[in-house]
Design a protein around this ligand. Structure first.
Ligand code: DGL
Length: 215
């Protein structure tokens, strides 16, 4: 594949643009094709079968555009469909997900002992973060919480008092009590990072794929 071939990036909506933005910073000369599947948002509420089906269709589309690399910029799709898609995709195209870079970062972060993960129902129910983290770091306790309303609220750019209350309500959940760091396990969530940061304070470690996509 030639350098002029584009990089394909997709998500259920605008969340993956947070990844596209970082990729563009790291590789400013690359052409990016972005696909936001807003027709089927939220992926996090869909069955694994449907998520896989949507991903296959989008990947077909991106392959027809000659993408040399495709980034699944969605945690729900990465957790449900990545391994299956990897088996079917042509060798000429590199398929990436947004979970592996976060796991690579956590592996060597000795200070992390009690980590929280927030994400869609699909991501949290898949248990992908807990499984991957504990495979490498048995000393880390992982506390997961599904936050299903957030992606749609962010997608609607709903910046209301209600949205703030919902964010606070989720973060105050007892499942996340006493964590020393938090994974934003959905690519929409960096768009509300300031709200999450104001709940935990400046020194708290917030981890998201956007900071580690180059790993
Ligand atoms: N941005 C997607 C993710 O990272 C989720 C949004 C959705 O539920 O569609 O999981």
């Amino acid at each position: 594949m030639k350098t002029i071939n584009p990089i394909g990036i997709f998500d259920s909506g605008i969340g993956g643009l947070t990844i596209a933005h970082e990729v563009n910073k790291i590789l400013p000369n690359e052409k990016i094709i972005y696909f936001g599947d807003t027709q089927h948002l939220p992926y996090g509420e869909k069955s694994p079968k449907k998520i896989l089906y949507y991903c296959e269709k989008i990947i077909d589309f991106l392959l027809k555009k000659n993408c040399k690399c495709i980034i699944i910029a969605c945690n729900s799709a990465s957790s449900i469909a990545f391994q299956k898609l990897l088996k079917t995709i042509s060798e000429e195209c590199i398929l990436c997900n947004v979970i592996d870079p976060v796991i690579k970062y956590i592996e060597f972060e000795e200070s992390i002992k009690k980590i929280g993960v927030i994400g869609t129902k699909a991501t949290i129910n898949s248990n992908i973060y807990q499984t991957a983290i504990n495979k490498l770091r048995k000393d880390i306790n992982v506390y997961s919480l599904a936050t299903p309303l957030l992606a749609s609220l962010i997608e609607e750019n709903n910046n209301s008092v209600l949205q703030n209350k919902i964010v606070e309500m989720y973060l105050a959940n007892k499942n996340l009590n006493g964590i020393d760091s938090l994974i934003l396990g959905c690519t929409h969530y960096p768009l509300i990072e300031p709200k999450i940061r104001s709940f935990y304070g400046q020194d708290f470690k917030i981890i998201s794929a956007i900071d580690h996509i180059g790993l």
